[in-house]
Design a protein around this ligand. Structure first.
Ligand code: AMP
Ligand code: MG
Length: 321
């Protein structure tokens, strides 16, 4: 791990398109890691079937070795080749939500996906990304890509190529620039439990939409602080997340006026939006902000995913206006 981290790459940025796809696929086939755009956030991709490439992803990000990766596949047929239990509910959800920002955690029934991807768990998280640039690269490779967010572990996720460059410059050979990510927050992660879906991480595919297909449980990990210990149902929840250098204070307020009164004197995000939240946190850091106040949305509908990211960015520091 150390050896890789000391390797100095001359990190290139290439626009998404045929040339970029060819170069990304060439590097990925040689066992390298490449940052790619997706519709959620930028991902740091490597061959999901190659333990050495997986090790490079963890090293480049400084990602804790117990936080499993999401496997990005070209389509349902490719997912079927991964030795996972694809339940009838998974097939129904995939038909309507793939390609798109829904990740499904499936039981392993074979060893196609190496244990390194899911940190030795008996399950693997998979999705088919909706972003054409990501899909083109996966298809050009001919194998699925493990791709966590392309930030240094703990920092806000990257929604622009320049965010990836700021974090991973010198640590990876190539960034494919597909412009600003459409969604701006990571995918919804659900665990499939028979006819039930358990939301482990909220995202653009909301609980309300999933309820049209099945019973949906929102796991307590979505609201609760597991960073101090305790056995989190989704291993990622045990770690610090989405945090800029500035101190983030999440604010519940009944009115804009009440929020403004609390946020006076600091930087403020009065009306957080998924697409811009992480970019704004990075901008405030560049300006040397010490404190950032963010108004918490109601934890339902599309607001739940924002709520989840904001309380984590704030280290669960929530004040009432
Ligand atoms: P990131 O790749 O940074 O978007 O994070 C991936 C998220 O998916 C983390 O919160 C992981 O804990 C979660 N995840 C990945 N694989 C699994 C799995 N097998 N079981 C439960 N959660 C998972
Ligand atoms: Mg991440």
């Amino acid at each position: 791990m150390k050896m890789y981290e000391t390797r100095n790459y001359d990190t290139l940025i290439k626009p998404a398109g045929i040339d970029g796809t060819v170069e990304a696929a060439r590097l990925l086939k040689s066992g390298e890691v490449v940052a790619i755009p997706t519709e959620t956030v930028y991902g740091l991709a490597g061959n999901a079937l190659d333990p050495k490439a997986i090790a490079k992803i963890f090293a480049a990000k400084g990602r804790p070795r117990d936080n499993p990766l999401i496997v990005h596949a070209a389509d349902m047929e490719a997912v079927r080749g991964l030795g996972l239990e694809v339940s009838p509910l998974a097939v129904r959800l995939a038909a309507d939500f793939w390609a798109g920002p829904l990740t499904m955690v499936m039981k392993k029934v074979g060893d196609t996906v190496p244990g390194e991807v899911s940190c030795g768990l008996g399950t693997v998280a998979v999705r088919v990304p909706g972003c054409p640039a990501a899909l083109d690269i996966i298809k050009a490779c001919g194998f699925p890509l493990a791709a966590p967010s392309a930030n240094v572990s703990g920092a806000p996720s990257p929604t622009k190529a320049e965010h990836v460059y700021a974090d991973l410059k010198g640590r990876i050979p190539l960034i494919i620039d597909g412009g600003e990510c459409e969604v701006g927050l990571e995918s919804t992660v659900i665990a499939l439990e028979g006819d039930k879906a358990r939301i482990l991480r909220p995202g653009a595919v909301t609980a309300e939409r999933l309820r049209e297909y099945c019973e949906v449980v929102i796991d307590e990990v979505v609201y609760k602080d597991f960073t101090g210990g305790g056995s989190a149902p989704s291993p990622g929840a045990a770690h610090r997340h989405y945090s800029p250098k500035a101190r983030v204070i999440a604010v519940t307020a009944d009115s804009d006026e009440a929020f403004k009164a609390v946020a006076a004197g600091g930087c403020a995000i009065a009306d957080p939006e998924a697409r811009t939240l992480f970019a704004k946190l990075r901008e405030f850091d560049e300006q040397g902000a010490k404190r950032v106040y963010i108004k918490l949305p109601e934890p339902n509908g599309a607001g739940l995913a924002l709520y989840n990211r904001i309380i984590r960015a704030a280290g669960f520091n929530v004040v009432k206006a």
